[in-house]
Design a protein around this ligand. Structure first.
Ligand code: HEC
Length: 104
């Protein structure tokens, strides 16, 4: 009985995590991040895996990167600037950054 409960809890946690990742992928699509970013390939902007490699789980990066999404910025990856993503709320930007940095 106890074993079963552990199993059920584990399954529930796994489902929650994967649906959160799915929701974030949908958010990136709906905010049009996918026009310039992809998981593995550099497009106009850096790939999610490259960003995850550079910033890892650095907690302070989350805030800096979220602000950069909302306000735009340049100079970290090359000449091409990232325009301000005006339709992205700060909380949404944070969700997106955490999701991007999970691509390790
Ligand atoms: C018009 C193209 C474009 C769109 C749309 C875009 N980006 Fe970017 N993004 C870029 C470019 C170019 C860079 C590299 C900027 C630099 O070198 O500092 C970048 C950099 C980033 C970085 C890393 C910033 C750093 O300082 O290292 C993050 C995180 C990011 N983008 C997230 C997003 C998210 C999330 C969205 C959607 C809400 C998005 N981007 C939409 C072009 C874009």
């Amino acid at each position: 009985m106890l074993d079963f409960r552990h199993f059920a809890l584990g399954l529930f946690a796994a489902l929650l995590t994967s649906s959160a990742a799915f929701a974030s992928a949908e958010l990136a699509k709906s905010k049009n991040c996918v026009a310039c970013h992809s998981v593995e390939r550099k497009m106009i902007g850096p790939s999610y895996t490259a960003m995850a490699e550079r910033y890892g789980k650095d907690e302070s990066a989350i805030k800096v990167l979220s602000e950069k999404i909302v306000k735009g910025g340049s100079g970290s990856w090359g000449q091409m600037p990232m325009p301000p993503q005006a339709g992205v709320a700060p909380e949404e930007a944070e969700v997106l950054v955490k999701w991007i940095l999970s691509h390790q």
